[in-house]
Design a protein around this ligand. Structure first.
Ligand SMILES: [Fe+2]
Length: 294
């Protein structure tokens, strides 16, 4: 491998050292992808990528998303920024439509749980930092799954969870207007298996603040289970907290990680540029162990 990397924590995250030309050249893309899937989140320092360089890095690693699944207030599908680069900011002048949703980023979530095939990965680089706060946290739902007792892994592998936008956004904006809540509720919901058996064979929990209820389960039991799993998966040993510097690039595997932004001043000009890589596989439930008669 023509780059070096250092684990950021035992279970999640690595810092990668390579120069910009090596990243953009693409020759290392398959090694970077392999490390990404194995460590969940990769951090690069001092790259200072402009938008075109961010697109180039993204295209070397996967299928850059150009459209978005989110709808604008008028029902039209939002474009994913300019040719795949979305400006992530709470400032409506920077991003008039996405500012409506981004407050939900303060809660633990996985992107694209409303889609049948959730996005594979995200590339994220800061253009302006807040004065205070604004770190990004990541949690490995691979590691969290792997540490559950065997009987529980077996049981969870039989369950499906419905994801809704109102579940994702209401806890972050309890003073929403009735119109906002109605708009969130009109958004399509999606059922996914709770445990994802990836094509690689590795398994992860499909958890997110968008997880509304477990299908076929009493609401109280469903609520308690989802709360307990969220608390389990976000224990410190499964998480990495990134303190941003200008020039950084973080890439995370959205299919096996949750992420959240930590609070920062609302009036801040905090702005990140983001590329999303389209998903490559639908969430698939684990194969049941086949019992064979001896
Ligand atoms: Fe997100």
């Amino acid at each position: 491998m023509a780059f070096t990397s250092t684990p950021l924590t035992p279970r999640i995250g690595s810092e990668v050292r390579l120069d910009k030309a090596a990243l953009l050249g693409g020759a290392l893309a398959s090694d970077i992808r392999e490390l990404l899937v194995s460590r969940g989140v990769l951090v690069f320092r001092g790259l200072h990528l402009d938008d075109e360089e961010l697109r180039t890095a993204a295209r070397s690693l996967g299928d850059l998303r150009i459209g978005s699944a989110k709808r604008a207030a008028d029902g039209k599908v939002l474009k994913e920024g300019e040719e795949g680069v979305l400006k992530v900011s709470l400032d409506p002048e920077v991003n008039p439509e996405y500012a409506r949703y981004l407050f939900g980023n303060l809660l633990w979530h996985m992107d694209g749980t409303y889609e049948q095939v959730p996005p594979f990965a995200t590339l994220f680089t800061p253009y302006c930092l807040s004065q205070e706060g604004g770190d990004t946290m990541f949690a490995s739902t691979y590691a969290a799954y792997e540490d559950l007792p065997a009987e529980e892994r077996e049981r969870l592998g039989t369950l499906r969870v419905v994801h809704t936008m109102q579940a994702a956004l209401f806890p972050a904006k309890r003073d929403c207007t009735p119109e906002e809540f109605a708009m969130w509720s009109s958004y399509p919901q999606r059922s996914h298996p709770l445990v994802w058996q990836h094509k690689s064979g590795r398994k992860s929990l499909v958890l997110s603040t968008s997880a509304a209820w477990v299908e076929g389960m009493h609401p109280a039991e469903s609520h308690d289970l989802l709360q307990r799993l969220m608390a389990h998966a976000t224990q410190e040993k499964y998480t990495y907290r990134h303190q941003w510097q200008l020039g950084d690039l973080a890439i995370w595997d959205n299919t096996g990680m949750m992420h959240r932004a930590m609070p920062f001043e609302a009036a801040s000009k905090r702005e990140f540029h983001r590329c999303t890589l389209n998903g490559e596989e639908a969430v698939t439930a684990p194969e049941r162990a086949v019992e064979t008669a001896a």
